[in-house]
Design a protein around this ligand. Structure first.
Ligand code: SF4
Length: 350
């Protein structure tokens, strides 16, 4: 084994654990707090940057610990100003993170896993294997780097974060929650929980767990079909997590958190764009307070889906609105680059 592998990832430690190690090293506990602030508040990637520590302590930390920071591997900028990155992890795996600027928001879309174990038929990541979960610090780093990109390119910091990149966040539950804790903590990035949305393909028992943990961030469910036959066809996870099971989990979640839920609905040509589909969706919307985002599809070469027509999308959205459902149509972003989830990382790994 190399020396690098034997070093401990310092960001895997809590502040209490770090303090304990510092005391064992004969250092004052407040030094641990200083290091912790360098890591999570100032996002330092090198012990040498920790200028209020002595040179010898910096050297000592460097022999015991590593900071497994992620790096930008490649960047594509779309004509609509969307910026898509691949990030290289310390073990050379690639993941994706996207900056989506609109007139009202500056949103980072981050990944939670390398690849994905779910096999949604319309998604490029669904055609990759899941290699591993991301650590909390690797999710945190995406936010830091994309925020810097927002400031450098558009002079506006991030306003929102969505966990909607590669992977199923609720299958990496602890690290996702720890990353949000560090992003929202006062001694972290100090961003508001209400500005963060975790998007799931629908794992009923983990939705209930979010309820038990009384989370403060927003939950989105990638629904895409509100009838089990169609949903099974495009999202095999639905076979073990039927719409009835999801509805029950969402009701539980709502009772515990009082948070309304967002349903994401990619509208595919001649698959889920008819009036009956809108009626199924309106029925599903009765379970808990919610809003619906109808999303234009960004086709990928592996799948046989096309985007629904503008007219049909409008009829669909208007039906929902007439039922009193808060409905938005979201145009696909970054169409001229590989901005559909997983496209860029799949291409760069080939
Ligand atoms: S849509 Fe999300 S959950 Fe489904 S395969 Fe893609 S990354 Fe995984």
């Amino acid at each position: 084994m190399t020396e690098q592998i034997q070093k401990k990832d310092i960001r895997a430690l809590s502040l209490a654990e770090l303090k304990e190690i510092f005391v064992q090293m004969g250092e004052k506990a407040f030094r641990a707090k200083q290091v912790y602030e360098w890591l999570w508040q100032k996002a330092a990637r090198d012990f040498e940057d920790m200028s209020n520590l002595s040179k010898s302590l910096r050297g000592q930390l460097n022999t015991i610990f590593t900071i497994n920071g992620i790096q930008i591997n490649s960047t594509q900028v779309s004509a609509d100003r969307t910026i898509k990155n691949t990030f290289k992890l310390h073990d050379t795996h690639l993941i994706e993170g996207v900056l989506i600027p609109t007139t009202e928001r500056m949103t980072a879309c981050v990944s939670s896993q390398v690849g994905c174990s779910l096999t949604c038929k319309f998604c490029a990541t669904g055609y990759m294997d899941r290699k591993r979960n991301l650590n909390a610090d690797e999710i945190f780093d995406q936010v830091v780097l994309i925020n810097q990109q927002a400031i450098d390119n558009y002079q506006i910091p991030l306003s929102n974060i969505v966990y909607m990149g590669m992977g199923e966040p609720l299958l990496n539950y602890n690290n996702v929650l720890k990353s949000i804790e560090r992003i929202t903590a006062e001694d972290g990035l100090n961003m508001a929980s209400k500005r963060i949305t975790v998007s799931t393909a629908g794992i009923a028992k983990m939705i209930k767990k979010l309820g038990d943990d009384e989370v403060k961030f927003n939950l989105a469910l990638s629904l895409h079909a509100a009838n089990d036959v169609k949903r099974n066809e495009i999202m095999p996870i639905n076979e073990q997590n039927s719409l009835t099971a999801l509805a029950e989990a969402l009701k539980y979640y709502f009772v515990k958190t009082k948070n309304p839920v967002t349903y994401e609905y990619i509208i595919f040509n001649d698959f889920n764009d008819n009036l009956e589909d809108a009626m199924d969706l309106a029925k599903f919307c009765k379970h808990v307070p919610c809003k619906v985002n109808i999303i234009e599809y960004n086709p990928i070469s592996f799948a046989n889906f096309l985007n629904a027509s503008v007219d049909k999308t409008e009829v669909f959205a208007n039906y929902l609105r007439k039922q009193g459902i808060n409905t938005h149509v979201r145009r696909s972003r970054g169409k001229d680059i590989d901005a559909a989830c997983g496209q860029l990382a799949v291409k760069e790994q080939q």
